[in-house]
Structure formats: C-alpha cells, structure tokens
Write a protein that binds this ligand. Structure first.
Ligand code: ADP
Ligand code: ASP
Ligand code: MG
Length: 426
C-alpha cells in the first residue's frame, strides 16, 4: 500500500459535521494501509468572506498582508481536521504550507510553487501520523513571506505534494461526483466522465471549469501524477485525469470522444482601448503596461481601423479581480499609448467547447455557432486553439448558451440527473 494525497475542498469541510465526515473518510484510507497526506481548503466560503472583509478596510490591500489574512482560513480547517481525526483514535498533525515545505516565488496573491521540501511531512508519516497540510499557501524563497497560490490553489498544493512525495494518486474530493461534460450546477443533464486526458482537462480548466485548477492539471501532467476527482459525500468512483488512458493497452486504442465538454466562465471582464493610432508598436506598449502591472490577460481582438481616422480599438479580457489594476496601468501610460478613452465591461461571460477530436472534425465550429444562433445568443469575441473554441457573450446569456451547446453536441445524459451535494457555487 502506497502513499496517497487527498485534497478536500471548502464545501467538503463547510461545518463541524463536514469536518467529522471527512475525518472518518481519511481514517478509512489509513486503515486500508495507506500513508495519508491530506490537503485541506478553508471552510465553506471563508476565503470569500475574508476578501470581503479586507475590501471593507482598504480597497486595494497590500499583497503581503492580504496573503497573511487569506491563509488564516486554511489554518482553521487544518487544525480542526487534525482534532477530529485524533478524536477517532488516530494520530494526526497539521502543518502550514510553509512548514510543509511549499516554497514559492514572491508574487503575492498568485505565487508559483518553485520547490517542495516536505521533510517534516515525511517524518510525520514515518512516525505513523496522518499529515494534514493547509492548502493554497506557501512561503517565498527570497523574503520568507507568506504567499497564496491564487483562488482554488489548494488543488495545486495537493498535486505538488503528491509529486514531491512520489504518491500513487492525488485524490481531489469535492461536492460533485467528478468531472462532468458541463458544470452540473448549470446543466442538470451533464454526464460524468470516467477518464479525461490531461490535455483536454487543461483546456477545460483554463476555460473556467473550476472543478480543477488549471495550474494543478499542468503540474500533474508534467510530473505524470494521476488525479482522481470524486465526491467526499458519496462513495462513487469519480473521474480519472491522466496523460494515458488506463484502458488503452499496448496498441489497442480506446476511442476518444470528439468533444470532452463545455466550460463557462463569468469571472472575466472586458477592457476596450478606444481610438488607438493604427501604427506598429501600439499593441506592444499597451500590453507591456498590462504585463508590468502583473495582470494576466485572456482573449485579444483588434478591430479593423477606419481608414478616415487611422484609429482602431483593441479589446481584451482579464479576470474581474484585476480590472482596477489594469485600468490604472493603462491610464498611467495614456501619454505613451495615445488612446481616446477606456471602456470597462464586467457583464460578459465566456463559453468554450473543448475536445481533442475537433482537430479532425471540420464541422465542429459551424455546429457550435449554429447552436448559439438557435439559442438567440449574440457573439462578441471569438478565440480558438487546436482543441477549443471560445466565445464571449453577455453574462445573462451564459446558462442558456451552455445548455444549448451541450445538447447540440449530443452530450446530454439520458439517464440520471447530475447531483450537486454541497457548496454555494460562489
Ligand atoms: P471545492 O470547494 O471542492 O474546491 P469548487 O467549487 O472549486 O470545489 O469546484 C467544484 C465545483 O466545480 C462544482 O460544484 C461545480 O459547480 C463546478 N464545476 C464547473 N465545471 C464543472 C465540470 N465540468 N464538472 C464538474 N464540476 C464543475
Ligand atoms: N480557500 C482558497 C479559495 O477559496 C483555496 C482553495 O479553496 O483551493 O480559493
Ligand atoms: Mg476548487
């Protein structure tokens, strides 16, 4: 029996009952002979509540103090979980990210893990303990400050520890039975996927399927760690995410679905830089200003310029949470760029269709646009990759658009409705 890393998300440990339920599950794994490392998130919506609180005190809190505040959420759940396990007669020790050896760069609020040195976790395991680690946090290599890994970052903590400890599997326990063909909160007829390639999962995660964080899938793919996404509320097997389909043996290929799923994202906003001179170097100045403010952008479009004015508009999407920073950065560079005005729109949504099979099926794009048209949804921006098509629409149109696309591609389940066991969907 090897080592397993289990990660429990906030909805799985939302209250005392949840913590006790999860503790029992962890003890079962230990009784089955595994060495168990648990990564835990903050209880329920604690992180959102801490963010709201910070914003009441200061509209733009300093990164260092903001991280110090947010990591408190995971400290509460790790200690309570260790207590609940001890109460069941088993040994457990809790560790902060820093104590667990999660070393990051020093970009506050979205730090990257650069090394994992889990010496204390190994010792705790060797002494017969269950090790409980606070997710979503680390310590910066240079300044030794506490950092956080970005929203949903406990998934990354779990995979990074699984890689460093050479775990058999990284189990991600959440409030749905696995990865579905669409968010079960939006599409009741979404179907559970038994296995999905890391490649497709990476695209789904990058397109807003928050069941797994993009960085966590990236990490797992690089270190070849199999992930098992499953519910902490049911005993059902979930979804395996790995580089190779475990059912393919030797030359025998298991047929790939053309489309893996539909993702949506309502966490982005759109900025339009209006009246930009249509000459070489303008985009470079705009996006340098954005990059220097450490804002990540997603889609970009530049309109054809009106010949009479020689001016064009450039639009791009970015996380809503970074809107203020981006606008400030652009305003500061107004002289160098020379635009007329800025437009900020946070009522947008993105819908993406993902599947490696679309590379070789030319009809996919046309059917996607047809489904949106039949649902009366207007498209504002389009972007594509080899295995994904995304569109930006009005935010209000997103649920209907997701359901329409899901049906049009024959993804609707004809049997059970997808179950959502907990969480608020926040
Ligand atoms: P946790 O608190 O366990 O980290 P999250 O809220 O981060 O949970 O992720 C689980 C949620 O992800 C589900 O409740 C579901 O609403 C959402 N979700 C979005 N897309 C999908 C998908 N394709 N399959 C399953 N869940 C999805
Ligand atoms: N508690 C953090 C968040 O809500 C990290 C996580 O849950 O993964 O984003
Ligand atoms: Mg999550």
């Amino acid at each position: 029996m090897g080592l397993v890393v289990q990660k429990y998300g906030g909805s799985s440990v939302a209250d005392a009952e949840g913590i006790k339920r999860v503790a029992k599950r962890i003890v079962e794994a230990k009784k089955n002979g595994h060495q168990v490392v648990v990564v835990v998130s903050a209880m329920g919506d604690t992180t959102d509540e801490l963010i709201d609180l910070a914003e009441k005190v200061s509209p733009m809190p300093a990164g260092r103090e903001f991280d110090m505040l947010l990591t408190a959420g995971e400290r509460i759940s790790m200690a309570l979980l260790a207590m609940a396990i001890k109460n069941l007669g088993h040994e457990a020790q809790s560790f902060t990210g820093s104590q667990a050896g999660v070393i990051t760069d020093s970009v506050h609020n979205k730090a990257r893990i650069i090394d994992v040195t889990p010496g204390r976790i190994r010792t705790a395991l060797d002494e017969g303990n269950i090790a409980i680690v606070a997710g979503f946090q680390g310590v910066s290599q240079d300044k030794k400050d506490i950092t956080t890994l970005g929203r949903g970052g406990s998934d990354t903590t779990a995979v990074a520890l699984a890689a460093a400890l050479d775990a058999e599997v990284c189990e991600i326990y959440t409030d749905v039975d696995g990865v579905f063909t669409a968010d079960p909160r939006v599409v009741k007829k979404a179907r559970k996927i038994d296995w999905i390639s890391s490649e497709d999962m990476l695209e789904l995660a990058a397109s807003g399927s928050k069941v797994l964080l993009h960085r966590c899938v990236e990490y797992a793919r690089r270190y070849d760690i199999p992930i098992h996404v499953r519910s902490s509320f049911s005993g059902l097997p979930g979804t395996w995410v790995s580089n190779e389909n475990p059912k393919s043996q030797g030359d025998q290929q298991v047929e790939h679905a053309i489309i893996s799923g539909v993702a949506h994202d309502v966490s982005e906003a759109k900025i339009t830089v209006v009246g930009v001179p249509d000459k070489p170097g303008e985009a470079a100045v705009i996006f340098r200003a954005i990059a220097d403010a450490e804002v990540n952008i997603d889609m970009i479009v530049q309109n054809v310029s009106a010949a009479s004015t020689g001016l064009t508009d450039i639009s791009f999407t970015l996380p809503k949470s970074e809107g203020r920073k981006a606008i400030d950065a652009l305003e500061k560079s107004k002289g160098a760029i020379g635009f007329d005005s800025l437009r900020y729109d946070d009522q947008i949504g993105k819908i993406s269709l993902v599947g490696a099979g679309m590379k070789t099926n030319p009809g996919v794009t046309a059917s996607f646009f047809q489904a949106l048209s039949d649902a009366g949804v207007n498209i504002e921006l389009i972007s594509t990759s080899e295995i994904r098509i995304s569109v930006v629409t009005r935010q209000d149109d997103v649920p209907e658009a997701v359901r329409a696309v899901h049906s049009a591609f024959g993804l609707d389940s004809d049997s059970d409705e997808a179950v959502v066991y907990g969480g608020t969907g926040r």
